[in-house]
Design a protein. Structure first.
Length: 445
């Protein structure tokens, strides 16, 4: 894919990235919230909506089934009128543009009692089995079968059920919650995902009129209602962008303040950064995070897991930090079995990493070196950019479309304000070099 490149001239480690940065709305919260609006009939407004490729794909998906949508990118405000939604069919081409497309299944079943959709796409980072969704919809009375590359689901009346998730899947939890808001009776989801983004969805649904409560341990109770109404809702800030900015600053030996970052969303990430030697200060009531990087970072080991464990979406960026830390670390990936594609690319830059099954063993080196590398998913793109910030020479990163899917273009402006010279150059840029599909990351002397 010829999708342009990033050109970055980073600060030296002697100075590091420094400053304050504002966060955008969370990608992993906004996509499901957009899907949830299919449960309503009327005009809803979402605020703090990030300008991402995946957001545009979800907008087109809802337009396809009949929603009228206006996206004010200046205000980061999305207006969605679902009054005229009439279709429950979405083809493969549209569904495969983003994994989040599968989150329309629950809302369509709740609204129409039927859905005919293609199978979702997204990053190649693991199986992310749909069985967690489908077998539990069957418990709610849904009949499901495949038909000419379509997944067909139909139900006369959604009924409440006691759902026990084998694994606390975020997507399955969200899909089941949305369907259960309109089911007859009270649904219990045991071993539910408790990520902040799931709670943001539940907050939006409660504004619609849904009756949802959460009890320990990790149980979500949904009492079905007859009707949900349009809402206004502000999307939570992106904890993954916050973590990425903290790590970019840490690897350069800099200092940053994120006034909108919340400690409760980043506890284990902050803990691991502290164990590396970085100084973390948190504001009153857990709001606002300040990082002052150490000049002698120590390697730390960690294991990804469901919230409040270490986020799988920050595993790749955190690995980049371990590549130049003092000592060795073991990184265990327990969420997605294919989320080590970035390892090969980091090794090409001079990192010392070996893989055994779902574990990566990283030994810190004094220097990384620029070369041609490939971003295989959204978070791998950020990891390679972070590594490029301290790599000697020039790093060429292809796969910029992943970057655009997960990080708003303003993130380049944020890095500029923090001290990096960075620009996102499109493939048709007349000044672009011949490697139009590569990102260029150049280290300042």
């Amino acid at each position: 894919m010829n999708d342009g490149y990033l050109k970055i001239e980073s600060v030296s480690r002697a100075g590091g990235l420094k400053g304050e940065a504002e966060l955008v709305g969370a990608k992993n919260a906004v996509l499901v919230t957009i899907a949830s609006l299919l449960l309503t009939s009327g005009r809803s407004v979402l605020y703090n909506v990030p300008i991402l490729a995946d957001v545009y794909e979800m907008i087109e998906l809802l337009r396809h089934v009949g929603a009228v949508i206006y996206f004010d990118t200046e205000k980061h405000q999305l207006t969605v009128d679902t009054t005229l939604v009439h279709s429950w069919t979405v083809g493969n081409v549209m569904m495969q543009k983003t994994r989040a497309s599968f989150l329309i299944l629950g809302p369509l079943l709740a609204r129409f009692g039927k859905a005919r959709i293609g199978f979702p796409g997204g990053d190649s980072i693991g199986k992310r089995p749909l069985d967690y969704h489908l077998k539990n919809f069957k418990k709610m009375g849904v009949m499901i079968h495949d038909e000419n590359d379509f997944l067909c689901a139909e139900v006369d009346t959604l009924v409440a059920a006691r759902i026990i998730l084998e694994y606390p899947s975020v997507g399955a939890t969200e899909n089941i919650i949305m369907a259960a808001t309109r089911a007859q009776g009270t649904t219990y989801i045991i071993n539910a995902a408790c990520e902040p983004e799931v709670f943001d969805l539940m907050s939006a649904l409660q504004k619609m009129g849904a009756r949802i409560t959460v009890v320990a341990p990790a149980t979500i109770i949904i009492e079905g209602v007859d009707e949900l109404h349009a809402i206004e809702h502000t999307i939570m800030f992106d904890r993954l962008e916050a973590g990425s900015l903290l790590m970019a600053t840490a690897i350069t030996g800099g200092e940053i303040y994120l006034p909108q970052a919340h400690r409760d969303h980043l506890d284990i990430v902050l803990l691991k950064l502290q164990e590396m030697g970085h100084e973390i200060t948190v504001g009153a009531n857990g709001q606002g995070v300040h990082l002052k990087a150490t000049q002698s970072p120590q390697a730390v080991s960690f294991k990804t897991g469901p919230f409040p464990g270490f986020p799988t979406d920050l595993q790749a960026p955190m690995m980049a930090l371990q590549c130049v830390a003092q000592g060795s670390s073991i990184i265990e990936e327990t969420v997605f079995e294919n989320r080590f594609h970035h390892v090969h690319e980091l090794v090409k830059m001079g990192a010392l990493i070996t893989i055994e099954h779902n574990k990566a063993m990283v030994t810190g080196v004094n220097n990384l070196y620029g070369t041609s590398v490939i971003a295989s998913d959204i978070r791998a793109a950020m990891a390679l950019v972070i590594a490029g910030l301290v790599a000697q020479g020039t790093t060429m990163v292809s796969g910029v479309h992943h970057w655009k899917r997960g990080y708003e273009q303003r993130v380049e402006k944020k890095l500029q304000c923090l001290g990096a010279a960075i620009s996102l150059c499109e493939a048709n840029d007349s000044n672009a070099p011949i490697f139009l599909n590569h990102a260029v990351i150049e280290k300042m002397n």
